[in-house]
Design a protein around this ligand. Sequence first.
Ligand code: 4AD
Ligand code: MG
Length: 466
Amino acid sequence: MKLSGGRTKIAQLLQSEATGDQVTVKGWVRTKRGNKNVAFIALNDGSTIHNLQIVVDVARFDEELLKQITTGACIRASGKLVESMGSGQPVEIQASEIEIYGTADPEEYPLQKKGHTLEFLREIAHLRPRTNTFGAVMRISHAMGYAIHKYFNDHGFYYLHSPIITGSDAEGAGQMFTVTTLDLENLPKTEEEEVDFSQDFFGKHTNLTVSGQLEAELGAMALAQVYTFGPTFRSENSNTPRHLAEFWMIEPEVAFFEIEDNMDLAEDFIKYLIRYALDHCADDIAFLSKMYDPELIDRLHFVLEHDFVRLEYTEGIEILMKSGKKFEFPVSWGLDLQSEHERFLVENHFKKPVILTNYPKETKAFYMKQNEDGKTVRAMDVLFPKIGEIIGGSQREENLEKLRTRVQELGIPEKDVWWYLDTRRFGTAPHSGFGLGFERLLLFVTGMANIRDVIPFPRTPKNAEF
Ligand code: 4AD
Ligand code: MG
């Protein structure tokens, strides 16, 4: 089956040697220029960053039709594929037929001109996929999604769908969006004057998940190696270039993995993804590098070519304290590291990606494996240049009593996590996992500076228009 929609893709034609053939292309007009006798249409169909040139012998077409071919219009063009005389492209089409599917009034089409700012494009997120920049970002995003599944499949992992609606707060940070069908104008109340969620759809208080980890752990205790890849939601009010309220996370979870194995997996996985992007998205990466980030390609190779530094949190704090640098958040042991600290270690001190381990237990979630020292847990964060934290993970506490004590210390009601504790009661095993933020990965691979520009429809505080 061809499933072509009656067209040949421009990406395919630009590599084709079949000049002389009659072909049909369909896409959106990027520009039209020319003179009284001949017009040149640059057409893009999303299959590549490159446009195909369509040469129009003006005399052969209706004037009214040609007038309607303006930037943004959608057309079909059929004609002969020929070697191009111009230097910009290998081949072009000599049009014999043109059909207009949809016009785009030049007086009103917002993408009439080139060179809009990324801020402006965010305000027209419904149209920005038609720009070169977002076309490139979205093709890379697709390639990364595919590569993620391929990597895990090739390594014998099983894809597990963790629920999007849950009753738990996996990270214990309280940054959740409530899911309810209760009438907000008329909330049922308990005798204690609290909202009576027993009358809600699920008979309890539910929220959008912040992480699929807890459910992934349940899967790992049967299938040994699983991963989730789905949307996660956090109502943290951080208006930064690295935070979204809705983002996608990849969370592998592996039985019998110690923290060292977990680090090896994280490093191998992320290097595989970067290599895949370089191998399969070269044109798009080259375009983004030229437009936004001249050092992008070097940075990607640099990460591939170096072992990640493995460093304990305590050593990291010593380096930061000795650095003499004034940080906005002053450094002392126990500090929850901020992006400024992470980037100092990566960009100024080591000049390499760093995997930081053994964080103070107070800064991390309840499920992490406690070290003998009683102060630290077996956490691991992978810190990247320009991004800061790209991966967060840990070895998990597999001991029932230790986990239960930690749950109690943190005031987590046991009725909310009894099913999670059950994994430690029945056939518990050492295990580890991590979460990679998909859009943080894309930030790194595309060289874009703001996370709002690597997801088609960003959800951030006060912004859910499109
Ligand atoms: O470090 P986090 O909070 O870890 C977890 O959620 C664990 N349950 C993961 C696990 O062990 N299975 O989040 C993991 C990653 C971060 O390193 C970051 O890349 C990304 O998710 N992330 C965000 N990305 C965009 N916007 C946000 N608000 C993000 N919060 C976390
Ligand atoms: Mg984290």
